[in-house]
Design a protein around this ligand. Structure first.
Ligand code: ADP
Ligand code: ASP
Ligand code: MG
Length: 410
């Protein structure tokens, strides 16, 4: 008997029939003698619908109220899933994040989990219940409802698996595992049986939405056995996220394991600022204070005592970042111009094999050059090379690189 956490995404609970299907799978695992905690997302499209509704009332919705509202999507599916289990004669009980006591900080719309009270869940499991928990949400120390950022149900699943010391966390979705790139963009993409945790972390941080980055961080920190599988198929082992120490040592590592991309970032360029100590802090300090995450950063070599400074933020936060710079920072830095550009996309190739191979970056840049794609920004790590390009070239860049690095299936 094992304790297993199963997380089902939006398309897997999109309608009553699919919810019944989820219940049938849970029933099968229960019949094998396992204890099951189910985490569900909102029905597909529901979170988007709720956000749009809020924006009709207030174009930039107050984050606390937005969270009160968008957390309801998951509340509907936990109730429905518990009902579907009961209809199969299985004892089931649902909990919202706040009911479990998933404690988060108060960063509304992108809160972080601080602690999980596992008392009720353990009690219910011991009493023979399947426990159904709403993904994507928690509550801060004052009981305010918070949400964990888009895709946050993955993180609820993994965090619960860590807290409950589950045997495995299974992420059920609409694809049968992690692929070399998004199979919707490159149909030739190949499913990976295994991927290292480090590579998955890079892919997720570079935009592969199959797992929310924080879920991968949790899995790494608490060594949660994590598997991505299809909720539409009864067979198949999906993709296992492995750790370096349990890898086959004689297995040859591919140089590139996958390609990630995202259109979610925007670029802010601050032109003609003084090339003096402290300038980066003057620009990015107030951005950090406003709780805006910055991804890539470039500062050019100065000429004539002036320099240009470029960084990327989430598209949703570009306007906020621009107004901070224009209203609060400009009077100190006296930039020649501050420009926002949200027509960009990021493409990244990821692979642990890069550590032992040189020339991958130049190969990547040559492929892009041959297609006439201009690279606007570059950032690298030991196992990743990421570039920012004009948004309209993103899919072309992904397809070209996928082919050039021979990632296609047979
Ligand atoms: P869920 O609603 O189940 O959480 P998501 O839409 O969040 O599902 O994530 C699954 C989707 O992630 C897939 O349908 C696929 O389009 C996309 N995706 C992006 N990159 C990859 C990848 N490397 N492997 C598999 N799927 C990917
Ligand atoms: N329903 C939330 C979203 O659409 C959380 C999730 O699906 O993981 O982002
Ligand atoms: Mg998701």
């Amino acid at each position: 008997m094992a304790l297993i956490v199963q997380k089902y995404g939006g398309t897997s609970v999109a309608n009553p029939e699919r919810i019944r299907n989820v219940a049938r799978r849970v029933a099968r695992y229960k019949a094998m003698g396992h204890q099951i905690v189910v985490v569900v997302s909102a029905m597909s499209g529901e979170t988007n619908r709720l956000i749009a509704l809020a924006k009709e009332i207030m174009p930039e919705p107050d984050p606390r109220e937005l969270d009160v509202m968008i957390s309801t999507g998951e509340q509907v599916t936990i109730g429905l899933t518990a009902l579907a289990l009961m209809e199969l004669g299985i004892k089931a009980k649902s909990y919202t994040g706040a009911q479990v006591k998933i404690l988060t900080n108060d960063a509304f719309t992108k809160a972080r989990i601080l602690d999980i009270d596992d008392h009720n869940i353990k009690q219910d499991l011991n009493d023979g219940y399947v426990v159904v928990v709403a993904g994507f949400q928690g509550a801060d120390e004052f009981g305010n409802i918070t949400t964990l950022g888009r895709g946050g149900s993955d993180t609820t699943g993994v965090a619960l698996a860590a807290a409950l010391k589950a045997e495995e966390c299974q992420i059920y979705t609409d694809v049968d595992g992690v692929y070399t790139t998004d199979p919707r963009v490159v149909p030739e993409a190949r499913r990976l049986d295994k991927i290292t945790f480090e590579e998955m972390l890079e892919l997720a941080s570079q935009g592969s939405k199959v797992l929310q980055i924080r879920s991968v961080e949790f899995a790494g920190k608490y060594k949660v056995k994590l598997r991505v599988l299809s909720s539409f198929e009864d067979e198949g082992d999906g993709t296992l996220i492995t750790f370096e120490d349990d890898k086959d040592s004689d297995m040859e590592e591919p140089i590139i394991s996958g390609i990630a991309f995202n259109r979610d970032e925007a670029k802010i360029t601050v032109l003609g600022v003084p090339d003096t100590p402290g300038i980066a802090y003057q620009i990015l300090g107030p951005i950090a204070e406003a709780n805006i995450d910055v991804d890539m950063i470039i500062q050019n070599t100065g000429a004539d005592g002036a320099t240009d400074f470029t960084f990327t933020v989430h598209k949703n936060e570009m306007n906020k970042a621009l107004s901070i710079l224009r209203d609060k920072v400009q009077s100190f830095i006296k930039a020649r111009e501050i420009i926002g550009d949200d027509k960009i996309a990021k493409v990244a190739v990821v692979g642990v094999g890069m550590r032992s191979h040189v020339g991958i970056a130049s190969q990547m840049f040559r492929m892009l050059a041959e297609e006439g794609i201009n690279i606007q920004m570059i950032s690298t790590s030991e196992i990743k090379i990421a570039v920012v390009v004009e948004e309209k070239y993103m899919e072309l860049a992904v397809r070209v690189l996928h082919k050039a690095f021979e990632l296609e299936g047979d």
